[in-house]
Design a protein around this ligand. Structure first.
Ligand code: FBP
Length: 268
């Protein structure tokens, strides 16, 4: 009974008036250190910049949260990601996420949510679901929300951005009890509106995706998903590859929280 209060409180620390800009910072494992520009290879420098920019939460693995805790603690929410995989694996094995931390790590770090990836459509779907439900069971009892990175990805999925495929992943995410869903942008406001509809009230956050050549184009995507009813974004590369990550965060927040247009936010 009490855990429902805890979950509500924690969600409200991440979603301010129902909206959030979350910085994704798990790329060092998912893609390797080459994902980061040389001047941003020090994790502490990136975390300092996004905190300065005013992110609502940072999503990272437990060890990285520990390394940087003195920078983010008390200033922004923490979402502890408990699964990951490297791209050093053979391609087929990349369709599986492995344990990268345990539920107690998130509790010990004071996390406001835990995050796990499920590749819907992968041949390893059942293993990722077993982990999801085992963490979710404990998280529910402790009032800690579960963010699902609901990524459709597998041998029979031709286009991971296809609206029908994304909607399927989102439906599966709500049926598996996700409190927050992170999924791919389907490329237009109209199609993303369908995605949000399928989530039926569970907050949907757009996954940032590869860094756009022109940051304004990324802001346009953010504007479009917000118009479609999204609750915000979880963005990594479009922030840490920006020449001024703190300014990038401020511009994204202006669209997400203040309802500014992409063009207005770009000028800030
Ligand atoms: P980005 O905004 O950089 O896309 O970050 C979102 C994210 O889901 C990260 O959390 C994760 O590391 C990465 O994208 C996964 O990328 P990929 O789609 O290449 O597996």
């Amino acid at each position: 009974m009490y855990s429902l209060v805890g979950k509500k409180l924690r969600l409200s620390r991440i979603l301010k008036q129902g909206k959030a800009v979350v910085f994704a910072f798990d790329h060092g494992v998912e893609h390797g250190p080459s994902d980061f520009p040389p001047e941003s290879i020090d994790p502490r420098s990136i975390v300092s910049k996004v905190v300065e920019g005013g992110v609502d939460a940072i999503m990272m693995l437990p060890a990285m949260a520990y390394r940087t805790w003195d920078i983010w603690a008390g200033k922004t929410s923490l979402i502890v990601k408990l699964t990951s995989k490297t791209n050093l694996r053979p391609p087929d094995e990349r369709l599986r996420q492995s344990v990268f931390g345990v539920f107690e790590d998130a509790v010990a770090l004071g996390a406001d949510a835990v995050a796990l990836t499920v590749y819907w459509g992968s041949q390893f779907e059942d293993q990722m679901l077993e982990r999801w439900f085992s963490v979710k069971d404990r998280a529910d009892r402790h009032g800690i929300p579960c963010l699902q990175l609901a990524y459709p990805r597998g041998p029979s999925i031709k286009n991971i951005y296809d609206v029908e495929v994304v909607k399927y992943g989102v439906r599966a995410a709500i049926e598996s009890g996700a409190d927050l869903i992170k999924t791919y942008y389907t490329g237009s406001e109209a199609t993303f509106r369908e995605v949000v509809k399928v989530a039926a009230g569970t907050p949907v956050l757009m996954s940032g995706g590869p860094a756009r050549e022109n940051f304004l184009d990324f802001l346009r995507d953010v504007e479009s998903v917000m118009r479609a009813g999204a609750s915000g974004v979880v963005v990594g590369r479009n922030v840490f590859r920006h020449s001024h990550p703190e300014k990038a965060v401020k511009a994204i927040a202006a669209v997400v929280h203040e309802g500014r247009t992409a063009e207005e936010a770009f000028e800030l």
